[in-house]
Ligand binder design. Structure first.
Ligand code: HEC
Length: 135
């Protein structure tokens, strides 16, 4: 009986250990970064209805309509700049700058102008995740 009991505790301790290690082995993706960094304001579907959005001025943009509001073209460069923190004069925005956080491995990325620019891959992944939300 005692042995079974101890084995039980061992299993629980083991499960705890595995759970404690899990976050470090979790894979970072555009989606996981969105869920960690953006969802509080922009909401899970990007409509700008996250829990932190209430009363915010200006309101978090409905980022499912960025392309529609730009003649149907998703402005990759503008969106990456915005996330990075080049807010282009809109310093009154409550949106944080994520540039430092997203530094790290870069990829050569062509936003459509034929020029491949070294760009933090997490920034590209986030931008592509937002692109995928367009309605
Ligand atoms: C603290 C709240 C907050 C967080 C967190 C936040 N945003 Fe924003 N976001 C805003 C607000 C407010 C605006 C509208 C004002 C502005 O344009 O900066 C905005 C605007 C935007 C826009 C519109 C840009 C354009 O060109 O029209 C995009 C895209 C965007 N956010 C993406 C993101 C992404 C991706 C993240 C996570 C990495 C994020 N935001 C995190 C508040 C937030």
């Amino acid at each position: 009986m005692k042995a079974v009991y101890l084995a039980g505790i061992g299993a629980v301790a083991m499960a705890g250990l595995i759970a404690a290690c899990a976050p470090e082995t979790q894979v970072t993706t555009g989606r996981s970064d969105y869920m960690n960094l953006c969802v509080d304001c922009h909401g899970p579907t990007g409509k700008g209805d996250g829990p932190a959005a209430a009363g915010m001025e200006p309101r978090p943009t409905d980022i499912t309509r960025v392309a529609r509001n730009n003649d149907g073209v998703f402005p990759k460069n503008r969106v990456m700049s915005h996330i990075y923190g080049y807010t282009m004069g809109r310093s009154e925005s409550p949106m944080p700058q994520f540039g430092d956080l997203l530094e790290g491995r870069t990829v050569l990325y062509d936003t459509g102008d034929g020029i491949e620019t070294p760009t933090p891959w997490r920034l590209v992944a986030l931008m592509e995740y937002v692109e995928g939300m367009q309605e």
